[in-house]
Design a protein around this ligand. Structure first.
Ligand code: PEP
Ligand code: MN
Length: 350
C-alpha cells in the first residue's frame, strides 16, 4: 500500500498514521517528498481492513493498494509520467516531458581538448546533455580506468563552455558525494545495477539518477533497483535500456527494444535508450536510435568521439562528429512525430 499524507499534517499526525499501519502488521517506509510525506506499507496483513481504516483518518489524502513488488515506481502508484528537471547553464530541461532529449559524448573523458571539442560539437548537433565517464568500469584491470577527479574537473569546464548539462558515472558509494558536486545527472552503470549499498546512498545525493539495466537483469529487477533509490528518498530516477546478454555474438549486447514500451506500461519513470552499448557497432547506432524514437523512449544516450579510432574505450561503437550530425538530421522527422504523439497522449490524459 502507498499512503499519501495531506500536506498540512503535523509530525504527530503522521506518526499516528504510521502506528495504525503497524497495528495491522505492516512495516512502514516513509519518504519526505517536496510537498508531502508518502508512506509505503509493506508486508502481509489484512489489506482491505487497513485501507478502510486509513481512509477514515483525516490526515490521509489517499491510500492505494499496489500489487506490484515495486511500489513507488509503479504505474499503479502514479498514472502521470514523471518529469525530471535537470539543471544546465542554459536553463532547466525536463526529461520525461515533451522534449526528446539526446545525451551524447565520449565513453571516457580522455583529455581537455577531447572533451571540450566534443562538447562543442554535440551541443551544436542538438544534444542537451554531455556524457563522459571519469570513473570507468572496465572488464580488464589493465585497461584505462578513467581520469577520476581530473576528469570531473574537465567535465565542469566543458559544461561551462558548452552550456550542456553533465551526466557521468559513479561506481562506488564512497564517491557519490564527490560525483554529485560535478554531475547534473549521475549514471549508474549496468554492472552496478544491483550494488545495493550504492543504490541506498543515491537516495540522499540530491541529483537525478540514470539507472542502466544490468547485463543479465530482468525488467522486474531493474524496477526493483529503481525502487531502492526512490524508497531511500530520491524520486528522480530514469531508466536506461542498454542491451542484455544473449547467445547472439554479432552485436555486443542484444537490445531488448520492447523493454522500452514494457517499462512505459509498468512505471511512470522516464526511459532512455543507449544504442551504443546495445549494439557495440557504430554502423548500427543510427537505426537503433530511430527505433528508440519510434517506440516512445524519452531520449537517447549515445557515444560520440572526435576521433573514434583513437578512443581509450568503446571506439568501435562511437560515432564521429559528422556521423552524429547525420544521425541527428535523420532523426528529426521522427522526433517531430514523437512530439505529436506526446501531445496527443497528454490531451487524452486530461
Ligand atoms: C558507459 O556508459 O560507458 C558504460 C560503461 O555503460 P554500461 O554500464 O551500460 O556498460
Ligand atoms: Mn562506453
Amino acid at each position: 500500500m502507498i499512503i499519501s499524507i495531506r500536506s498540512n499534517a503535523t509530525k504527530e499526525e503522521i506518526e499516528h498514521v504510521c502506528e495504525r499501519i503497524r497495528d495491522f502488521g505492516y512495516k512502514v517506509h516513509s519518504i519526505q517528498g517536496e510537498e508531502r510525506v508518502v508512506i509505503g506499507a509493506v508486508g502481509v496483513g489484512d489489506v482491505t481492513a487497513c485501507l478502510e481504516s486509513l481512509e477514515a483518518m483525516p490526515q490521509v489524502e489517499k491510500a492505494v493498494r499496489i500489487s506490484a513488488p515495486y511500489k513507488f515506481v509503479s504505474r499503479e502508484f502514479r498514472r502521470d509520467r514523471t518529469e525530471i528537471v535537470v539543471h544546465s547553464p542554459r536553463g532547466d530541461l525536463r526529461i520525461g516531458g515533451d522534449e526528446f532529449i539526446t545525451m551524447a559524448g565520449p565513453c571516457s573523458v580522455e583529455s581537455e581538448k577531447q572533451i571540450m571539442d566534443v562538447a562543442e560539437a554535440v551541443s551544436r548537433g542538438g544534444a542537451r546533455v554531455l556524457r563522459g565517464g571519469a570513473f570507468k568500469p572496465r572488464t580488464s584491470p589493465y585497461d584505462f580506468q578513467g581520469m577520476e577527479l581530473e576528469g570531473l574537473k574537465l567535465l565542469r569546464k566543458a559544461r561551462e563552455a558548452s552550456g550542456l548539462a553533465i551526466i557521468t558515472e559513479v561506481m562506488s558509494d564512497r564517491d557519490v558525494e564527490l560525483v554529485a558536486e560535478y554531475a547534473d545527472i549521475i549514471q549508474i552503470g549496468a554492472r552496478n545495477m544491483q550494488n545495493f549499498a550504492l543504490l541506498k546512498t543515491l537516495g540522499g545525493c540530491g541529483r537525478p539518477i540514470m539507472l542502466k539495466r544490468g547485463l543479465s537483469s530482468t525488467i522486474k529487477e531493474l524496477l526493483m533497483s529503481a525502487e531502492y533509490i526512490v524508497a531511500h528518498g530520491n524520486s528522480d530516477v530514469m531508466l536506461c535500456e542498454r542491451g542484455i546478454r544473449t547467445f547472439e555474438t554479432h552485436t555486443r549486447n542484444t537490445c531488448d527494444i520492447v523493454a522500452v514500451a514494457a517499462l512505459k506500461e509498468l512505471t511512470h519513470l522516464p526511459v532512455i535508450l543507449d544504442p551504443s552499448h546495445a549494439t557495440g557497432k557504430r554502423s548500427l547506432v543510427p537505426s537503433l536510435a530511430r527505433a528508440a524514437v519510434a517506440i516512445g523512449s524519452d531520449g537517447l544516450i549515445v557515444e560520440v568521439h572526435p576521433c573514434p579510432e583513437k578512443a581509450f574505450s568503446d571506439g568501435a561503437q562511437s560515432l564521429d562528429v559528422p556521423q552524429f550530425n547525420h544521425m541527428m538530421a535523420d532523426l528529426k522527422p521522427y522526433i517531430e512525430l514523437w512530439a505529436h504523439s506526446r501531445l496527443a497522449e497528454s490531451v487524452a490524459a486530461v
